[in-house]
Design a protein around this ligand. Structure first.
Ligand code: BG6
Length: 485
């Protein structure tokens, strides 16, 4: 392969989320978010992801009564709240052109229902954006990344209720008003498709609060409300800041058939079409016909107001972003071996190696995903999450993470190959450029970073930051605009 060539203004960087890094869960009048009540369960297997992500009312009450952070790692994150200057300096040292980060809704609107934003929250993010501006790091801001106000979840069963749209629009308007001069790229909902896989963290849905037997319908109803909220936020952004752009964010779950048995092929096709449904609505502005029929066939009746169709059609996103960690495989054979992945349990692909957490490593799948997405939508693309969670060995202030360098090198090469074949890819933000709390398992020891954070699963440690070998490697990649790959 000839030397990698990336577009001149390619946005190299990394991605983090407020609930996984900030900590300071009750500082600055911040309210409780859904992430603050997710406890760390030391022995949870990644295969039990869905069980881990679901929550009972009793567990929420227990969490609310707990004033410490010990069992609730997302309450402490990596204390980015107090380390943000140091961390941003480190990102700048790596040469970051961009940083994707999210805004904790509960820092601005502690219960989600206030009419005016909390000044202390505004101040914190203003300081963060000012520092980024000073360092020349372009922000990409996710408005909602698994951290909605717990109050909205308890009172209204989260996004199942239509009224949450107005709360979100008020929150997003405040973000545009206060941070609009610093931020050009916005994303509405992180992995919007995940509402159907982990409804509590994505949409505040508590299973016990759903109508019996209607859980799936209510998940799709909540999703519909998020689609409308995203479109309204897009409308408001475009009106107020015509030069700013709104993107959608999809978990790209590219599925291969395990064999060429037509049954496996059909199953894989259906999984891929289901994955495209979410971006179809946000990029094309309408529900796909096959999805409408799927709802009918499965007695899923959505409450959709007539004006919703216009809102979705008239306010599509400007670009598409996605996370890519692995591909997955489908088989009609019930006994086929399964393996965990990013919130999915798929069939194991015999051709691929796996990470310490069993997620299969498939760089070529990234190229395939890019080609498919670009061909389908023809809008600018960004890979806004990609990386491997690994058990790092920290010795004498160093981590020799050649496995991580290999993972990134192979993915970036495939990304470059997709660009050479015509894909309009404008940016890449690796997931967790600094170690952070895992979304799925709440572990700290599932490390993604180029920067090591001295903290363990129980919260012990100095929280000091150290540069891993991969830090210097990524720095070189960025400095040469990918030529050093
Ligand atoms: C994505 C999420 O699904 O995967 C991130 O957007 C998350 O928040 C990432 O951290 C990796 O998953 P995990 O469970 O290893 O943290």
């Amino acid at each position: 392969m000839s030397k990698a060539k990336f577009p001149a203004n390619f946005l190299w960087g990394g991605a983090i989320a407020a609930n996984q890094v900030e900590g300071a869960w009750n500082t600055g009048d911040k309210g409780l978010s859904v992430a603050d009540v997710i406890s760390y369960k030391p022995n949870v297997s990644n295969k039990d992801y869905a069980k881990h992500a679901a929550i009972s009312l009793e567990a929420i009450k227990e969490a609310m009564a707990e004033t410490g952070t010990k069992n609730y790692p997302k309450r402490r994150g990596i204390d980015f709240y107090h380390h943000y200057e140091e961390d941003l300096n480190l990102f700048a040292e790596m040469g970051f052109k961009t940083l994707r980060l999210s805004i904790a809704w509960t820092r601005l609107f502690p219960t989600g229902e206030e009419l005016e934003p909390n000044e202390k929250g505004i101040k914190f993010y203003t300081n963060v954006f000012k520092k980024m501006q000073e360092l020349g790091i372009e922000p990409i801001v996710t408005l909602s990344h698994y951290e909605m106000p717990l109050n909205l979840s308890l009172k209204y069963n989260g996004w199942v209720s239509r009224r949450v749209i107005a709360d979100f629009v008020r929150f997003s308007n405040a973000c545009f008003e206060y941070f609009g001069d610093y931020v050009k790229y916005w994303l509405s909902f992180n992995e919007i498709d995940s509402v159907t896989r982990h409804p509590f963290t994505s949409a505040g849905i508590i299973p016990e609060c759903c109508a019996p037997g209607k859980e799936i319908q209510e998940n799709y109803q909540a999703l519909h409300h998020q689609f409308v909220a995203s479109a309204l936020a897009t409308k408001n952004l475009h009106e107020k800041y015509p030069k700013s752009q709104m993107g959608c964010m999809l978990t790209k779950l590219t599925t291969y058939p395990l064999t060429c048995n037509p049954q496996d092929v059909e199953l894989a096709l259906k999984k891929n079409l289901h994955n495209y449904f979410f971006s179809d609505v946000q990029v094309k502005g309408a529900y796909p016909e096959l999805m409408k029929q799927y709802f009918k066939n499965n007695n899923i009746e959505l409450q959709i107001e007539d004006s919703d169709y216009d809102i979705l059609r008239e306010n599509t996103v400007d670009f598409l972003t996605f996370s890519y960690y692995m591909s997955t495989t489908a088989s009609n054979d019930e006994n086929a071996e399964r393996t965990p992945g990013n919130t999915v349990l798929g069939v194991k692909n015999p051709y691929l190696p796996s990470t310490d957490w069993g997620w299969q490593i498939d760089p070529e799948g990234l190229k395939i995903s890019l080609l498919e997405l670009y061909d389908r939508y023809q809008v600018p693309l960004m890979v806004v999450e990609n990386g491997m969670g690994a058990l790092d060995k920290f010795e004498n202030g160093k981590v020799h993470d050649d496995y991580r360098i290999k993972y990134f090198k192979e993915h970036l090469k495939q990304m470059n190959a997709a660009i050479k074949e015509g894909v309009n890819l404008i940016g890449y933000t690796s997931w967790g450029p600094i170690d952070l709390v895992s979304a799925g398992t709440s572990q700290m020891t599932k490390r993604y970073g180029f920067i090591y954070v001295d903290a363990d699963d129980e919260g012990n440690g100095t929280y000091a930051r150290y540069k891993k070998d991969s830090f210097y490697w990524y720095q070189k990649v960025i400095a040469t605009n990918g030529e050093a790959l």
